[in-house]
Structure formats: C-alpha cells, structure tokens
Write a protein that binds this ligand. Structure first.
Ligand code: ADP
Ligand code: MG
Ligand code: MG
Length: 250
C-alpha cells in the first residue's frame, strides 16, 4: 500500500529526514516511536504532502503511484488520512454537518454527487454507534469546548466516516489523558480491517498497550534505526532510547 524509499526531506533548508525506508501492507498497523525532534511529525507531514516540507530525495509510492506531484487534498482523496494535531474550532458548525461536508467534498473530488441525506444519516448513525458516540455529541459545535477526549472522538469519528486506506495518527507530545488514549485505541481497533492500514506515531508506549501494532520502528535523528514487533516497544519502555541511538560521530 505505502512504499517509502530512501526518503529525504527538509524544512527551511534544514535536513530532517535522512533516508527513510518503510513499507506498509494492507491490514498492517505500524507504530513509529522515537525521541522528541527525531522527525516523526515531519514524516507524517511529508506523506500527507504538507507544503512547508521539501522532499529532497527518494520516493513515496501509494498503491504504486508516486505521490510527489499531488497536493494534500489529492492525497486525502486517494485515501490517506492524517489526524489533526491542532483541531480547528468552527462555531456554529455541528459535528454532523462537518461530517457531511467532509464526505461530500471527497465525493466531489471523485466526480460523485452529494450522498443522499438519508444514506448520510444512516452512515452517521452506524458509525457513531460503532464508536459509542452519543447523539448529543453530534449536534455540538465542532471542537468548541471539547475536552481532549472529545477532540479525539471527533477525529476518530471523521476517520470512520471517510474510511481511509491509510490512516496516519500523529499524537502530540503532550496532553493525551487516559480517556483520550482509550478513545483513540478503541476507535482504531474497531476500524482495523484487512484492507486498511494505520501508521501510528506516538511517544507513548502506553498507547501500544491498547493498540497492538504489527511492527514498531524507532526513529532517531531522521532515520529509522531499528524495527521490530511489539516487543520492541516494551524494550524501549524499559530501556529508553539511548541504546538504539547510532554512535555519535563528532
Ligand atoms: P518529532 O515529531 O519526532 O518530535 P519533528 O518532525 O516535529 O519531530 O521535528 C524534527 C525536527 O524539525 C526538529 O529538530 C524540529 O525542531 C524541526 N522542525 C519541525 N518543524 C519545524 C518548522 N516548522 N520549522 C523549522 N524546524 C522545524
Ligand atoms: Mg515533537
Ligand atoms: Mg511530533
């Protein structure tokens, strides 16, 4: 599904990604861990096509197609979902209306007409039941006064509605309380399927107690320095990151 070869990328002429190789097959959940500043968020942003980042080498193939010429919206319409690290508040726009707008924007990009209201409401009902989202939540103003857990719930709900082929969940360095963590984990576990893949970027070994990844990668200084299975996450929890860091050549 996703094949990254020797990816190099800069922010403002500063080299951040220094040759990343990563292959994600349908149905797999990959976790990327690593110390702060190692380039994890840069990797997710480059895959999603954010414009502040410049790819300086390598390739990103999604279902065999080179993504480099596509803007973030086009990538989203191909089935790549990137969770918002900083959700926007939209006073006066309800969660339901936001979901309608998201779905219809995707359909429009594929040359499809708006989804009939009846079908949309059924989909909203089905997905909100699956994720145990209550009705009151659906009529609230988007992100306004949402707790950390509610923001995550909204994000996972949007992910469920859009049903992406590849979901990239990049957790911010701070602020995920245990409720929010469980919302993310339950959602991801319920939405996991043989066709969809997840790239989970996290500082929290804790999250991996709830979402069991197929593969764990450690990123240090713009490179993946170690890959393994979930056991690697436990090892990192016990030993920290120093032992996986490559020798410093000063
Ligand atoms: P991580 O997600 O692993 O904490 P990031 O990808 O956010 O790492 O950051 C990698 C490096 O890029 C850090 O050294 C950070 O300071 C730098 N960086 C990130 N965003 C920007 C930006 N917008 N402008 C300049 N430098 C940035
Ligand atoms: Mg960071
Ligand atoms: Mg980050």
């Amino acid at each position: 599904m996703l094949k990254i070869k020797n990816l190099q990328a800069n922010i403002e002429d500063k080299e951040i990604l220094k040759g990343i190789n990563l292959e994600i097959n349908p149905g797999e959940v990959h976790a990327i861990m690593g110390p702060n500043g190692s380039g994890k968020s840069t990797l997710s942003s480059v895959i999603a096509g954010k414009e502040e980042y410049t790819m300086t080498g390598g390739e990103i193939l999604f279902e065999g197609e080179d993504l480099s010429e596509l803007d973030p919206e086009e990538r989203a319409h191909k089935g790549i979902f990137l969770s918002f690290q900083y959700p926007v508040e939209i006073p006066g726009v309800s969660v339901t209306n936001f979901m309608k707008a998201s779905i219809n924007a995707h359909r429009k990009a594929q040359g499809l007409a708006d989804m009939p209201a009846k079908d949309l409401l059924k989909m909203i009902r089905d997905k909100s039941e699956l994720l145990e989202i209550d009705r009151k939540f659906l009529s609230r103003s988007l992100n306004q006064g949402f707790s950390g857990g509610e923001k995550k719930r909204n994000e996972i709900f949007q992910m469920a509605m859009l049903n992406p082929k590849l979901a990239i969940l990049d957790e911010t360095d701070s602020g995920l309380d245990i409720d929010a963590l469980k919302v993310v984990a339950n959602g991801v576990n319920k939405l996991r399927s043989a066709d969809n893949s997840v790239l989970l970027i996290t500082h929290y070994q804790r999250l991996l107690d709830y979402i069991v990844p197929d593969f764990v990668h450690v990123m240090v200084d713009g490179k993946i320095v170690k890959s393994g299975t979930k056991e690697l996450a436990y090892e990192l929890e016990e030993r920290g990151y120093d032992w996986v860091k490559p020798e410093k050549t000063v």
